[in-house]
Write a protein that binds this ligand. Structure first.
Ligand SMILES: C[S@@+](CC[C@H](N)C(=O)[O-])C[C@H]1O[C@@H](n2cnc3c(N)ncnc32)[C@H](O)[C@@H]1O
Length: 400
């Protein structure tokens, strides 16, 4: 008998699992499962071995909220709401949400600010930025500005001429265009991208038909953009193009320019339910998540002003991406301190240490006092939430 628990207490879809050679190993409290895979219905017919389990009955009787009050309500799990509240945004402030799509926490923050102030919401995916814009429009929230930007490049660089701007990898021009792609050609075609400066931090890209072939450093087009436009001419704007196919690319932001920063980092997502371990993560991939998160955190530290706040959160139970990030942050940036969290709903973090096998140092986790200051949502606890982690940092004087 396979019983699953869903964090939102609704199971709208049939869920299939393929079980083969199931085994778990325990490493410092982290279970890594292999051989159990949650699959799509079509995917299940492509595997050669295994046992498929079809779950046909809901664990809970609560009906699905799909299509209920669409545009009126947006369901969130408890830890996400807590994360927005822990950030404690104030009206009139400038907030950065570094990895924002689909915009659940962004909109929760906007509501807490009563839509007064400015929330800059970033995601590296064009379509996901559209999702943020769509959600903000549905909820009638005007203080959210969403941009496509790789959060690893979210601090503007000062170039030799003293101008600010980031350079792309291909042309040296100040912005990269294209749907989910940073590749660019620099070549001119019938479909050009028009570069306009929209405010201090962003550039608006809108697609225009033109015969103007004059070379212009600020006019270039990516292959991805070309493909997208051909697709749009054939199929219409598509489900996500709520704002007429426009997406804003950002060139990055000035250091110390935000009152508060939320880094809801991409992670191994080992806290999500219902989900048996899919066997996709390895120890190496878990370490890679941690490295990626640290680089993003470094950007967050640069962007927040002295006296500001950074909230770091993940939906994983892997301490290497949670407590170890906090240790890194506190050891690297002496002007950061753990802030007391309100509301506090989850339990304390984990105290301990571990050694990365191919590195020469021990990564110490938190002291007991520090562990008390972070929130760890244990998916097996009676609170019945997804696994989640929240750390809040108060930012002191940065120095040079
Ligand atoms: C955990 S989800 C964010 C969920 C979101 N905060 C919410 O509450 O709705 C992580 C997001 O980070 C985005 N992402 C991953 N790497 C990124 C990067 N380098 N720069 C910007 N966004 C990135 C992913 O596209 C994904 O949408």
């Amino acid at each position: 008998m396979l019983s699953l628990v869903n964090g939102d207490k609704t199971l709208s879809y049939r869920i299939y699992f393929v079980l083969a050679d199931v085994h778990y190993e325990e490493r410092k409290g982290l279970y890594i499962g292999q051989g159990i895979t949650a699959m799509s219905r079509s995917g299940i017919f492509r595997v050669l071995h295994g046992v498929a389990v079809e779950m046909t009955e809901r664990v809970y009787r609560l009906p699905s909220f799909n299509d209920v009050l669409e545009g009126e309500i947006f369901l969130q799990n408890l830890p996400s709401v807590v994360a927005a509240n822990v950030l404690d945004p104030q009206q009139g402030e400038r907030i950065l949400d570094m990895c924002a799509a689909p915009g659940g926490k962004t909109t929760a923050i906007a509501i807490l600010m009563r839509d007064k102030g400015e929330i800059v919401a970033l995601d590296r995916s064009h379509n996901k930025v559209m999702d943020i814009l769509k959600l903000a429009a549905e909820m009638d929230l005007n203080c959210i500005k969403a941009y496509k930007l790789d959060a690893l490049k979210s601090v503007r660089k000062i170039n030799e001429a003293g101008n600010v701007g980031i350079t792309d990898n291909c042309t040296g021009a100040t912005v990269t265009l294209g749907e989910d792609s940073d590749n660019c050609t620099g070549s001119s075609t019938k479909v050009n991208a028009e570069f306009t400066k929209a405010g201090e931090d962003s550039s608006t890209t809108s697609v225009v038909q033109t015969d103007d072939q004059k070379p212009d450093a600020k006019r270039y087009v990516s292959k991805a953009l070309l493909r997208k436009n051909l697709r749009q001419m054939r199929n219409g704007p598509g489900r996500n193009n709520c704002s007429g196919g426009r997406v804003e690319n950002s060139k990055g932001f000035l250091p110390n320019s935000f009152d508060r920063v939320l880094l809801d980092a991409p992670c191994s997502a080992l806290g999500l339910r219902p989900r048996l371990f899919a066997g996709e993560e390895t120890l190496e991939s878990l370490r890679n998540h941690a490295k990626y998160q640290r680089k993003m955190f470094d950007q967050a530290v640069k962007l927040v002003r002295p006296g500001g706040v950074i909230v770091y959160s993940t939906c994983t139970i892997n301490p290497g991406e949670n407590e170890a990030l906090v240790r890194y942050a506190l050891d690297t940036y002496k002007f950061l301190s753990l802030g007391s969290q309100h509301p506090k709903v989850g339990g304390p973090g984990i105290v301990g240490s571990y050694k990365l096998s191919n590195q020469t140092y021990n990564e110490e986790w938190l002291t007991e006092q520090e562990a008390e200051l972070v929130q760890r949502f244990d998916p097996s606890s009676s609170l019945d939430t997804i696994g989640f982690f929240i750390a809040k940092f108060d930012v002191g004087q940065k120095g040079d």
